[in-house]
Design a protein around this ligand. Sequence first.
Ligand code: ZN
Length: 146
Amino acid sequence: MSDFGTRQNLLLLLGRAALLRCPRCGGRGILRGWFNLQHRCPTCRLVFQRGESDYWLGGYTINFVVAETAAVVLIVALILATLPDVPWAVVTYAAMAAVVVLPLLFFPFSRTLFLAVDLYVRPSELGDRATGGRAGVSHHHDRGRR
Ligand SMILES: [Zn+2]
């Protein structure tokens, strides 16, 4: 836990994210339900929302692109596998289900994966670890203590 400011291995970060663990420390219990992350990691105290209010926009974008791509791939695979007698009704229902279900299934992963990439690009800093309840205490707020 003394790895502030150091860049971690991207594959390690992504691997933890893929298991829905905290990308930085690998700790469990970072989800609050399927659609919400905890405010911070219960293990290493990393605050997950790092900055801007639209922070998760990147995660939503990843979610949408990956899930819909997966849906299209599945549908095309289904069509190719059943040629030339494609069961179009089945394909249609499968397509609708995939387009709706895959983004929901992938949702928490998109957030943790986004967090992992973000941690890689911007390694965690001291300000990310809120100790008392205030996040982001930084240089212009230290009162003579160094
Ligand atoms: Zn953690």
